[in-house]
Design a binder for this molecule. Structure first.
Ligand code: UDP
Length: 327
């Protein structure tokens, strides 16, 4: 298939592009390289373009004429979204609408969307299924709720089908350490722990020790980026086989606390890096664990790397190789 991938030079997008290439698909990556990297595109062709440039977007799509689109390009940092909400609404909502308008006009009708567990806010249930009410607690989560609503309404008109995958905590890297997280400023726990082990960061702060969880720290469902990548391909096959538009959670169904992750990171790296207990980070829900039974049932998804130690090992291999100068 010919697949147009926005944000394909970013962390998750680049792992999906790699897999699409391995499976013989033809890929065109459309990325403004604001946080993505040319070196991360291991398959297909890269076009440097911005979703706000509607003319260029339309020309590129028309010429490439893809069978399907996967849309990863977005701003993804919760804290930044609180500081700069308009930037998030413009980049995540308006630019997605630019893309969707163009797809509708060109009659491109298969769409895989990167959504997030942040749409649920701070859910009471654990694990959460897709019927849990959406109640985001930050602008980032709200931008994803808004685009999901737009998708639902477009799909209701016919001729357009989509799967929105609600990602839980994505981590890990390519097993051969060719690609992985390469953000100048890491905010995610595993990446920060490893950068602390590497000496790039002085100490790791634990944000909050008084949550109503097993050990007082937040619990998350960490999923290996390659298992997440395979979910995208399966979701697309599901749509091609006449599956109906839907929203699907993507996680393993069990959680680890911040302290569990720190223990595992110390074991994998062999470094007893400095850790300091700190106050809560605003906007963090105590526990987010996925019920992904719908994804498994409808697409046959069967994850291969449900092992925190393995996830951290792949991230560590990448982190040791990564050069901050190339972020
Ligand atoms: N966290 C932490 N120290 C850090 C980064 C994250 O204690 O330096 C905690 C964070 O408060 C949350 C969990 O680790 O409870 C996972 O955070 P991350 O940013 O990795 O993902 P999120 O769940 O926010 O998407």
């Amino acid at each position: 298939m010919k697949i147009f991938v926005t944000g394909g030079a970013g962390y998750i997008g680049s792992h999906v592009v790699k897999l699409l290439g391995e499976q013989g698909h033809n890929v065109l990556v459309y990325d403004n390289l604001s946080t993505g990297h040319e070196w991360a595109v291991l398959a297909g062709r890269l076009v440097k373009g911005d979703l706000s440039d509607r003319q260029f977007l339309r020309d590129t799509l028309k010429e490439y004429a893809p069978d399907a689109v996967m849309h990863f390009a977005a701003s993804i940092q919760v804290e930044e979204s609180v500081r700069e909400p308009l930037l998030y609404y413009r980049n995540n909502v308006i630019n997605s609408i630019n893309l969707l308008e163009t797809l509708t006009e060109l009659k491109i009708g298969y769409f895989i969307y990167s959504s997030t567990a942040a749409t649920y806010g701070a859910p009471e249930a654990s694990p959460v299924d897709e019927d849990t009410p959406l109640a985001p607690i930050n602008p980032y989560g709200m931008t994803k709720v808004m685009v999901e609503a737009v998708l639902r309404d477009i799909a209701a008109k016919g001729d357009f089908r989509y799967v929105a995958l609600r990602y839980f905590n994505v981590a890990g890297a390519d097993r051969e350490a060719r690609i992985g997280q390469a953000y100048r400023e890491a905010t995610h726990l595993i990446t920060r722990a490893l950068r602390t082990a590497k000496g790039e960061q002085e100490k790791l702060l634990v944000f909050g020790t008084d949550y109503p969880t097993v050990d007082g720290t937040c619990v998350r469902d960490y999923i290996h980026v390659e298992d997440l990548a395979s979910a995208h391909l399966l979701a697309l096959m599901y749509l091609r086989e006449k599956g109906a538009s839907d929203v699907m959670n993507c996680g393993y169904g069990h959680g680890f606390s911040v302290l569990d992750v720190i223990r595992a990171a110390k074991a994998v790296t062999g470094v007893d890096f400095p850790v300091e207990l700190a106050g809560r980070r605003p906007g963090d829900p105590p526990e987010l664990v996925a019920d992904s039974s719908k994804l498994k049932r409808l697409t046959g998804w069967s994850p291969l790397y449900d092992d925190l130690g393995f996830i951290i090992e792949t991230a560590w291999k990448w982190e040791k190789k990564r050069s901050a100068a190339k972020d």
